[in-house]
Design a protein around this ligand. Structure first.
Ligand SMILES: Nc1ncnc2c1ncn2[C@@H]1O[C@H](COP(=O)(O)OP(=O)(O)OP(=O)(O)O)[C@@H](O)[C@H]1O
Ligand SMILES: [Mg+2]
Length: 288
């Protein structure tokens, strides 16, 4: 006999922080008609997980990201953030404190002339006391390992530093979830590494991460991957499942991470690489 909430002794189901329930989004286009960006998408994001969202251009990734903190309200279906429906305008403030979004271009996210003022912008707008704001800024800068940037001008920083400051601005609101929409796309390899290090650290500390990316090497770091295609979820699973299905990936115009491609080439040349290495570390241990 099982109870409605699961059998005794069963593995506890991780609670969902975010639920996208059968959502359809259509953008109106000039001259009439509509552009359907998402149709019938259902997805739960679990507390503490790192979810990667991949898919070719125009597949609906940014639309999905914008739904997650109420920047966009679905035409049909609902998005529930920690029990709050994004349709309820009165909850928008609480929703945006729960889920913070970091976008692609760090320049678009800079609002002040000093890093510490920039990071303080969110909490100041909440009307918090000076001391509280100072403490939040301090811990956000600690989280991105950037106390040394506190008094710098954001415009003079490198791309990676700017994007870390944008993340600190979001962290200062103490969100439970951070959504990154191609936040490493405009950065050089060094900047990408800086940002990924911060994301991995936040994930280890328990923050829920939703990362839209077109870098398969980044998606390979996630706990789970969702593949969008023409506004629908085409595939969903752990990285090993997703990247193990080459045919499906190819049909979706996607590839395996570069490391896995190298492993495949090496195997073709007679090097006995074992399994499906998805990261450099895995490749090293997969060598004969
Ligand atoms: N404001 C808008 N008005 C009209 N159509 C839009 C708008 N924003 C997005 N679209 C369309 O909706 C679809 C999904 O767009 P979306 O930006 O969510 O895709 P994406 O996967 O993020 O793409 P990319 O890889 O280029 O960032 C596309 O066909 C796009 O052209
Ligand atoms: Mg996009």
């Amino acid at each position: 006999m099982t109870h409605a909430n699961g059998a005794l002794g069963a593995t506890p189901v991780r609670p969902s922080l975010l639920e996208v329930r059968d959502v359809t989004v259509a953008y109106r286009v000039p001259g009439g008609g509509a552009n359907v960006a998402l149709s019938g998408v259902a997805l739960a994001v679990h507390e503490g997980e790192w979810l990667a969202v991949i898919g070719h251009n125009g597949s609906g990734k940014s639309t999905l990201a914008k739904l997650m903190n109420g920047l966009l309200i679905p035409g049909r279906g609902d998005v529930i953030v920690a029990g709050m429906n994004t349709r309820e305008t009165a909850l928008h403030r609480a929703i945006r404190q729960t889920v913070g979004v970091v976008f692609q271009d760090p320049e678009d996210q800079i609002v002040a002339t000093l890093v510490e003022e920039d990071v303080a912008f969110g909490p100041e707008n909440l009307g918090l006391a000076r001391d509280e704001v100072r403490a939040l800024v301090q811990s956000a800068l600690d989280a991105i390992d950037a106390q040394d940037l506190r008094l710098r001008a954001p415009h003079q920083l490198s791309g990676g530093q700017k994007q870390r400051v944008a993340i600190a601005g979001v962290l200062a609101m103490r969100p439970r979830c951070i959504v990154l929409d191609e936040s490493t796309a405009m950065l050089d390899p060094e900047g990408r590494r800086e940002v990924l290090d911060v994301v991995a650290r936040l994930h280890r500390a328990g923050t829920t991460i939703v990362a839209v990316t077109h870098f398969m090497s980044e998606a390979a770091l996630a706990d789970r991957i969702v593949v969008l295609s023409e506004g629908r979820i085409a595939l969903e699973g752990v990285p090993r499942e997703i990247f193990g299905d080459r045919e499906r990936l190819r049909a979706l115009d996607l590839d395996v991470p570069p490391v896995a491609q190298v492993a495949e080439r090496a195997r073709a040349l007679g090097v006995g690489v074992r399994g499906l290495p998805l990261t450099v570390g895995e490749f090293v241990t997969a060598l004969p």
